[in-house]
Design a protein around this ligand. Structure first.
Ligand code: AMP
Length: 302
């Protein structure tokens, strides 16, 4: 079962107390696809410029990632630059250059249109909706991410897209900004009125929380001694989460809970090294071992 994703494929400039890279393959859809490909086939919809490096294309091709939906245009790839604080908890965006994304009109290859699992990664909400509209029938599960950039610049469009998805997966500050509620449980109630029936809040070093009709489920973040670069942690979480569900072909409560753990596992690996580096050297056996470790980490007797 293949998992459809639309989002940014980008070049990033990253700075953290652990180092600096000028230009490395990034983008929300890239992290998502690489993480999800450990569990399922992925169909990628995005656009790149003529500066897209053949070596970076090979990274995607080598995995179970179908790039027929990766359009090429003349111009430059999406570019994003960010800098992290000493404790890695805060980041400032230094540059967001949409470049080829500014005129992107996503067109789904015919074979992508029957996708049953769809993820709208962080990108302009009207593009997210365009992709969803081209999927035939109602997907079994449609989830989306967004960020403050779109909450502030395209709020109307974002509200329209939200009406059509089952799961919203965002971080805690975005949850508060979107809902105008500080408390995350009250925020979830506001967000359910906008369309989604499930809210997954990514809380960085505090783990992740899922709220739906069954109640609340939380997973901790995997304790790491030396995280290096949080870029893409949220997208890798989403890739692990959606990849697991698409691979298991299930949206049951038990599967959603396991998906939270696989999301946390992939997110925790992503931050261990700069950019995509750790995900590219990762093996499936390491994912399973860390998932078992998660299970031990959270077990207790009453
Ligand atoms: P995350 O750390 O999960 O927020 O994701 C970081 C990735 O998102 C980077 O690789 C960026 O290229 C990408 N990104 C940053 N800002 C945007 C934006 N406004 N739209 C789409 N992708 C973005």
């Amino acid at each position: 079962m293949s998992l459809l994703v639309v989002g940014s494929v980008a070049y990033d400039a990253l700075e953290s107390p652990y180092g600096k890279v000028e230009c490395t393959l990034g983008g929300a859809a890239t992290y998502f696809s690489v993480a999800a490909a450990f569990f399922t086939k992925v169909s990628l919809v995005a656009i790149v410029g003529d500066d897209f490096h053949p070596g970076d294309e090979a990274i995607l091709r080598k995995r179970s990632i179908d790039i027929e939906g990766l359009e090429r245009a003349s111009g430059k790839c999406f570019f994003w630059a960010g800098r992290y604080s000493q404790n890695l908890n805060e980041r400032v965006t230094l540059a967001t250059e949409l470049n080829v994304f500014a005129d992107f009109k996503p067109r789904l290859p015919e074979k992508y249109r029957s996708s049953k699992y769809v993820f709208l990664a962080n990108i302009a909400p009207d593009l997210q909706r365009d992709v969803l509209k081209q999927v035939k029938g109602k997907p079994k599960l449609a989830a989306m991410d967004t960020m403050n950039y779109w909450i502030e610049r395209s709020n109307g469009d974002l509200r329209e897209t939200l009406k059509h998805v089952d799961i919203l997966m965002i971080n805690d500050s975005e949850t508060r900004e979107l809902s105008n509620e500080h408390n995350l449980l009250r925020a979830a109630k506001q967000i359910f009125k906008m369309g989604p029936s499930t809210l997954v809040v990514k809380r960085g070093e505090y783990g992740a929380m899922m709220v739906d009709k069954h109640g609340v489920f939380c997973v901790p973040a995997f304790p790491l001694e030396e995280p290096h670069d949080p870029t893409g942690a949220g997208d890798s979480f989403a890739g692990g989460f959606m990849g697991y569900l698409a691979g298991a072909q299930s949206t049951s409560d038990a599967a959603l809970r396991r998906a939270m753990v696989y999301g946390s596992v992939l997110g925790s690996f992503a931050v261990e090294r700069f950019g995509l580096d750790r995900l590219l050297s990762l093996r499936k056996s390491e994912i399973q071992a860390r998932a078992r470790h998660f299970s031990k980490l959270t077990q207790f007797k009453l």
